[in-house]
Write a protein that binds this ligand. Structure first.
Ligand code: ADP
Ligand code: ADP
Length: 228
């Protein structure tokens, strides 16, 4: 069976005077080692779907199952990297931010956690800043710490919502190349949201296209293998 099943998932937002359908009956399966890109224009429901997979939102109907078990809340098996870089604990260093996630989730303790943190911090090019506090880093560097922290958890699925949006073009390109090498070597399973076709083709092994429809936002999925 697939690692992750998105089974006829509809996601709606209820506001005081309206009902917004972000995704309607979206289905796809995620297999280990692939990198799935959720590609589509702004407003077509990409972030909403990713948050639901992360366990931050409940489907209005349908189900999201990881290894056959329905997900209802966030967990260390589905780490999410957000677009914004305001998620770090300001009173902890880069190293401590990454280690804290490992400790708190029960993933790793002591020397093993320290080594894991060092490895992923160096993978995002921040070895020299491992003992710096977040406020000493640029926005792009903080975002790279969040990426290192998400990866260090070695989740079943790494969920990334436009993780490179805050980086300048050169750093974005370096990160894409560096992380692609790492993901190919380690067979990370990644779900990656972007509106950039160029980024989708560069990063993905599978591209899921979400298309909005006038009147109601409805998603349809087509799987494109960019290597074909
Ligand atoms: P597999 O188990 O081989 O991964 P999937 O269930 O992921 O199969 O999907 C098989 C094909 O059907 C893929 O091309 C996928 O994108 C497409 N598909 C899945 N759900 C929908 C949908 N709601 N609308 C259109 N195409 C879909
Ligand atoms: P994308 O990530 O593709 O840009 P989103 O998932 O952010 O799309 O949004 C999908 C739809 O849901 C949009 O119409 C958006 O306006 C709406 N939406 C997103 N978040 C909320 C919210 N908290 N309350 C009400 N509507 C929302």
């Amino acid at each position: 069976r697939p690692l992750l099943e998105i089974d006829r998932v509809t996601l709606q937002y209820k506001t005081t005077d309206s009902l917004v359908t972000a995704t309607q009956s979206v289905s796809f399966n995620v297999h280990p080692g692939d990198r799935y890109i959720l590609l589509g224009p702004s407003g077509c429901g990409k972030s909403t779907l990713l948050k639901a997979i992360g366990g931050y939102l409940q489907p209005t109907s349908g189900a999201i199952r990881l290894k056959g078990r329905e997900v209802h809340e966030p967990g260390p098996d589905r780490m999410m990297v957000f677009q914004e870089f305001d998620q770090l604990l300001p009173w902890k260093t880069v190293r401590q931010n990454v280690e804290f996630a490992l400790h708190a989730s029960g993933r790793l303790q002591g020397r093993a956690a320290a080594e894991r943190a060092e490895y992923y911090i160096s993978k995002v090019g921040l070895a020299k800043f491992i003992d710096s506090y977040p406020h000493m880093l640029s926005g792009g560097m903080k975002q790279r710490v969040s990426i290192a922290r998400g990866m260090a958890m070695e989740p079943d699925v790494l969920l990334m919502d436009e993780p490179f949006a805050a980086l300048d073009a050169l750093t974005r390109r370096k990160m894409q190349d560096e992380l692609l090498r790492l993901w190919d070597d380690t067979q990370f399973t990644v779900l990656f949201v972007t509106h950039s076709i160029e980024e989708a083709i560069r990063v993905g092994t599978r591209i899921l296209l979400l298309t909005p429809h006038p009147g109601q936002v409805r998603a349809e999925l087509n799987s494109i293998d960019p290597s074909q």
